[in-house]
Design a protein around this ligand. Structure first.
Ligand code: SF4
Ligand code: MG
Length: 315
């Protein structure tokens, strides 16, 4: 709710004046248990920062993050440590997040032991079961990360996250570094695990076709703002925000009825350290009006659960 994450910066090397980057600038949404919210936007729009702030891997600037109704920012260290197992993250680059010096069985099982997820005498069987559930051969547990392919390494990361029995997983571009042929396998694995274990995902990606495949709800970020958010059908079949429309017009989405003309986004994404006034998208928007240049649009609910932040929808 109203989550903000600002990073302090020096505005210039010559001045002592300090500024801030509003990496996450007042965003609100909910994810229902057992569903996936896709979070899309160009690189640098704040998706990953949002994911990390939601897990309290980095501290928020303002707002609250409710997990099962409790604000995780109100927890003390011990309570947060307890909750850590319930909230996991999977990164884009599976290799750099795996220690090269540990065999994969230890990588996957480390936190299982630390948090006593299963009794000691059940540990080996449990490890085998988790590995098998992630499409890994349990007899490979003594091998090292470099002995595996990119797709298998991502399976190892998923197994490590899964092993502590989480409820919620932030998947931060989990397939972006993988070959297209492998992407579908990993997406399908995540979907299967979700069904089996009633997992909840925040799925961060710049790739709309991937998000379309896995999400129930979708949020679109631009320069730290959540400019549109709704059910997948709302976003893909009936996009309201000019930025969402432009993003969608650039990708072929197979099962959408919308035949959109390609909207070319003018210019590049402005620096988040110095975002445009008013609507941050106004410098690139093909529907920009005078008011857009000076006034920040309010978030408006168009229909049930479909939110947009754009002056076109304000009276
Ligand atoms: Fe475009 Fe104005 Fe809407 Fe911003 S508020 S997206 S500039 S129409
Ligand atoms: Mg990122």
């Amino acid at each position: 709710n109203n989550l903000k994450k600002y990073f302090p910066i020096k505005t210039s090397v010559f001045s002592k004046q300090k500024g801030e980057v509003k990496a996450v600038d007042d965003i609100s949404f909910k994810i229902k248990r057992g569903t996936t919210m896709g979070l899309v936007g160009e690189s640098g729009c704040g998706k990953s920062t949002a994911g990390r702030t939601i897990l309290r891997l980095i501290e928020k600037t303002a707002g609250e993050v409710l997990f099962n109704g409790k604000d995780i920012y109100s927890l003390n260290k011990a309570e947060l440590r307890q909750l850590r197992t319930k909230m996991q993250i999977i990164f884009q680059d599976p290799y750099s997040s795996l220690s090269p010096r540990l065999p994969i069985g230890e990588i996957i099982g480390e936190a299982v032991k630390e948090h006593n997820i299963v009794p000691k005498n059940e540990y080996e069987d449990y490890l085998d079961e988790i590995m098998a559930a992630c499409g890994l051969q349990p007899y490979h547990k003594d091998r090292y990360p470099h002995e595996f392919s990119g797709g298998q390494r991502q399976r190892i990361c998923i197994a490590r996250a899964l092993a502590v029995n989480p409820e919620f997983i932030v998947c931060d571009e989990p397939v972006s570094a993988l070959d297209v042929s492998i992407q579908a396998q990993i997406i399908n694995l995540l979907s299967d695990l979700q069904k089996q274990r009633n997992l909840t995902y925040l799925f961060i990606s710049h790739d709309l076709s991937v998000v379309e495949h896995i999400s129930d709800t979708v949020g679109v970020m631009y320069l730290g703002s959540l400019v549109e958010y709704g059910n997948k059908e709302d976003i893909f079949k009936n996009p309201a925000h000019p930025y969402t429309q432009a993003l969608l017009s650039a990708v072929p989405i197979p099962d959408t009825d919308v035949k959109m003309n390609r909207i070319i986004l003018e210019g590049s994404i402005p620096s988040p350290a110095n975002p445009p006034s008013g609507c941050k998208f106004h410098t690139r928007c093909n529907k920009c009006m005078e008011i857009c240049k000076t006034e920040v649009p309010q978030v408006k609910e168009l229909e049930d659960g479909h939110f947009v932040q754009c002056h076109l929808y304000n009276d």
